[in-house]
Design a protein around this ligand. Structure first.
Ligand code: SAH
Length: 215
């Protein structure tokens, strides 16, 4: 991270560790990607606090510790092809890009995709492909994926996403009503089916159908 002062950076990393982000490679990735690049306007001076913040199109950039925990739970090997549903600011995709081979990220808002691409270019993150799409259908042309991460809350893990997960693959998805506390679920695809583990309570904006109106 080049942006913040050394003390701010230490506090940021301390907050991550104290909330359970302990894997070295994940912490290194989060240290190297400046969250300040993904937050605009009046909230930019709060970029290094462990809290979600508003971004364009009425959406939010996730809380850093939640980004860290979801990334950790994906158990990336460095060779993975990952799908993220819900580009938002692009911050989660940037962290994934440090730890995976290739990241596809989709959002239903064209403006968010456009702005995230500019930051990916600026940070020289060349292994991310950001696209406008309704991610509830996944990305059939690039499937199957080693890992899938959904950063918006679904009522159930979407069927097309389950179908696009490789055997041995892992998907992280917050499940529950959008106006309530949701449960972060980890899905393992096995030879015979799917195993589901409840990880922790979370709060995400809803996974919505169709494309955003700013297209
Ligand atoms: N991962 C983001 C935060 C995402 S907020 C970050 O790091 O900043 C959730 C995002 O999911 C929003 O940008 C919203 O537009 C998007 N979203 C909601 N429903 C969607 C859908 N069906 N397909 C694609 N994106 C969707």
């Amino acid at each position: 991270m080049t942006g913040p002062a050394a003390e701010t950076k230490m506090q940021f990393l301390y907050a991550l560790r104290s909330r359970g982000v302990t894997e070295k490679r994940v912490l290194e990735a989060m240290e190297s990607v400046d969250r300040g690049k993904f937050v605009r306007g009046i909230f930019s001076d709060r970029s290094y606090e462990d809290m979600p913040l508003p971004i364009a199109c009425g959406q939010t950039i996730s809380q850093p510790s939640v980004v860290g925990l979801m990334t950790q739970a994906l158990q990336l090997s460095g060779r993975d092809k990952v799908l993220e549903v819900g580009t938002g600011s692009g911050y989660q995709a940037a962290i994934l890009a440090r730890l995976a081979r290739r990241v596809y990220t989709v959002d239903r808002h064209a403006r968010l995709v456009r702005e995230a691409r500019l930051v990916f270019d600026e940070l020289n993150l060349t292994n991310i492909t950001a696209m406008v799409a309704d991610g509830s259908f996944g990305l059939p042309e690039q499937a199957p994926f080693d890992r899938i991460i959904v950063t918006a809350a679904a009522e159930d893990p979407p069927g097309p996403l389950l179908a696009q997960l490789k055997i041995g693959g892992i998907m992280m998805v917050p499940v529950g009503q959008s106006d309530a506390v949701q449960t972060l679920i980890r899905v393992h695809r096995t030879e015979t089916g799917f195993d589901y583990d409840e990880i922790r309570p979370v709060r995400f904006v809803p996974l919505l159908e169709g494309l955003g109106k700013d297209v």
